[in-house]
Design a protein. Structure first.
Length: 280
């Protein structure tokens, strides 16, 4: 009996030691079971150090960055011991350096100082394609673990979305405001009823792109090759932070245009913008 107990004790010590070694491996190479669920369908974009905060940031996205709306997931790690950092304030500032001009783009920063499933979720609307020397994500992080804060930067490449998921237009009837329209859903369209979601921003300055929460949006899908539309669509309504959510109905496969009408109060601001979606 004592021999069995001794064997079990030795096995437990070995298992504990092995587990501890796994926890201190390179954070870019090791993820927990929860992390695996988060990262299973994501692409690693890159990593950088946040100098001053003793932190390393590893950035993931659903796909390589493209023009329009991109979800971003940021894992933060202690740069000295590799442990996960899940308590701290993270902000992201996208920047485009065109040589003669520097500007930002719309961004949705994490809403909580506590990471969800080990990752901070954000989103960036890239307004134009560019290479990794032109576009960058500037990161600021206040590390609550050691009360340190610092900044880092990661150059990122952005390709043009095809079909286009981003529209930039000037609206003369709303004081010539520059409006940015990004298509979020449907991301995987099917025949039948689909969620339809767009997010609206306006250019206040070259560095400030607030969400538009006071427009009304109507949609009208059409199939140009067949000369018809579809029934049972639901016009998108504001949810929060410039996001408008509704339903679009595709009655058959092929190329569809989703025509947009933008209103402010009762004034029609635009009726000549559309997104194209092809169902195979």
């Amino acid at each position: 009996m004592k021999s069995i107990f001794k064997i079990l004790t030795i096995a437990s010590v070995i298992l504990f030691t092995y587990s501890c070694k796994k926890e201190t491996q390179n954070p870019a190479q090791t993820v927990s079971e929860t992390d695996t669920d988060t990262l299973s369908n994501l692409t690693k974009i890159g990593e950088t150090y946040i100098i001053g905060a003793k932190a390393k940031a590893v950035i993931y996205a659903k796909n390589l960055f493209e023009t329009g709306y991109n979800d971003i997931y940021v894992g933060l790690y202690d740069s000295t011991d590799g442990s996960k950092l899940t308590d701290g304030h993270l902000t992201i500032m996208p920047m485009m350096d065109m040589g003669t001009m520097v500007h930002s783009s719309p961004v949705e920063n994490p809403t909580s100082a506590i990471a969800t499933n080990g990752y901070y979720k954000a989103a960036v609307v890239f307004s134009m394609p560019g290479n990794a020397t032109e576009w960058s994500l500037n990161l600021s992080f206040h590390n609550h673990k050691n009360n340190l804060e610092g900044e880092g930067s990661l150059g990122v490449a952005v390709v043009a979305s095809s079909p286009a998921k981003f529209i930039s237009t000037i609206l003369p009837l709303d004081s010539n405001v520059s409006v940015l329209i990004s298509l979020i859903k449907p991301s995987a369209p099917v025949v039948g009823l689909n969620d339809f979601e767009i997010v609206l921003h306006k250019k206040s300055t070259m560095m400030d792109f607030p969400a538009i929460d006071n427009y009304r949006v109507e949609i009208e899908p059409e199939m140009p090759s067949m000369g018809h539309g579809s029934p049972d669509n639901v016009n998108p309504v504001l949810t929060s932070n410039g996001h408008y959510l509704g339903k679009v109905n595709f009655t058959m496969s092929g190329l569809w245009k989703i025509n947009l009408k933008l209103y402010k109060d009762t004034t029609l601001l635009s009726d000549n913008q559309s997104f194209e979606i092809t169902l195979k």
